[in-house]
Ligand binder design. Structure first.
Ligand code: DHB
Ligand code: FE
Length: 278
């Protein structure tokens, strides 16, 4: 049976991709962000996962405002990135794990989650930037299963629904007949708002509450409505739904191996958190 080895959650600001391309890791603006990742990379080098289930939100590359699945799961043999207009490099295609994808899709649908299955899917900065942060010197040595949550357009799923969706995925992985080691990579957040009157809004107190709750009290986050999260964390801060889904996949009790929080990167409260099962 497949084994879930941990959850890595990280912000996915596109400008990080530009900083990587320009080798600005030691630049004073960027250093505090990049300094969070060596301990995560050391853990990955020891754990050597085979598969990464990447929970993120699409930013218009696959789903525009005219078609917006609440939950979508990739089942492609490989995933290519494309120009989103941010001017960041397009990365090499990333291999998929179709066997894992279908095990997860079948499990989720059997659990009454009516997911959109995507046998073709492009990957945007929400996946390419975290992969580059986690495996900077090489092509990511994992096969991926992208899971896309609508954090973008009303009506969005509730935190409670996302936690349950994650738990369903976790059960499907536990049943999947494979000896693969699976890491969860959840991306986005923490607090940020890119447009409107509150553009630039950041809420470090709420971010700290989220990071603490994700360790062993994700239920605490399900007490908020999505609208309340937008108020507390900004419109794009709602990407915390990806982290909550990821925590549902991890399940059980966990301990925090790495936490790094740095404000701001671009418009975003950036964070990386690594949780491992107890
Ligand atoms: C930024 C953050 C995001 O999560 C995103 O998807 C795009 C831009 C930013 O802070 O610039
Ligand atoms: Fe985003």
């Amino acid at each position: 049976m497949a084994e879930i080895i941990g959850q890595i959650s990280t912000s996915h600001v596109p400008a990080i991709g530009g900083a990587i391309a320009k080798r600005l890791q030691q630049d004073p603006y960027w250093k505090p962000l990049f300094d969070g990742f060596p301990p995560v990379r050391e853990w990955l080098a020891k754990q050597r996962p085979d598969v990464a289930v990447v929970v993120s939100n699409d930013h218009g590359l696959n789903f525009f405002l005219d078609k917006m699945p609440t939950f979508a799961i990739g089942a492609a043999p490989a995933y290519t990135s494309a120009d989103e207009g941010w001017g960041i490099p397009i990365i090499e295609p990333v291999p998929g794990d179709q066997d894992a994808s279908w095990a997860i899709i079948e499990g989720a649908v059997a659990d009454e989650f009516d997911v959109t299955t995507c046998q073709e899917m492009l990957i945007d900065h929400a996946i390419t930037v975290p992969l580059q942060l986690l495996w900077p010197d090489q092509r990511a040595p994992v096969r991926i299963v992208p899971v896309s949550i609508n954090t973008v357009q009303h009506p969005v799923p509730s935190p409670a629904r996302c936690l349950k969706f994650g738990q369903s995925i976790g059960r499907a992985i536990a049943r999947w007949r494979s000896d693969a080691k699976v890491v969860i990579v959840s991306t986005g957040g923490l607090s940020h708002q890119l447009d409107g009157e509150r553009a630039g809004f950041i809420n470090p107190e709420f971010d700290a509450l989220c990071l603490d709750a994700l360790i062993n009290d994700p239920i605490r986050l399900t007490q908020y409505t999505a609208r309340e999260i937008v108020e507390l964390s900004g419109t794009q801060g709602l990407e915390i739904l990806n982290w909550i889904t990821g925590r549902g996949i991890l399940g059980g009790r966990a301990h925090e191996v790495v936490r790094k929080y740095h404000v701001p990167i671009s418009n975003t409260a950036s964070a990386v958190q690594l949780l491992a099962p107890n």
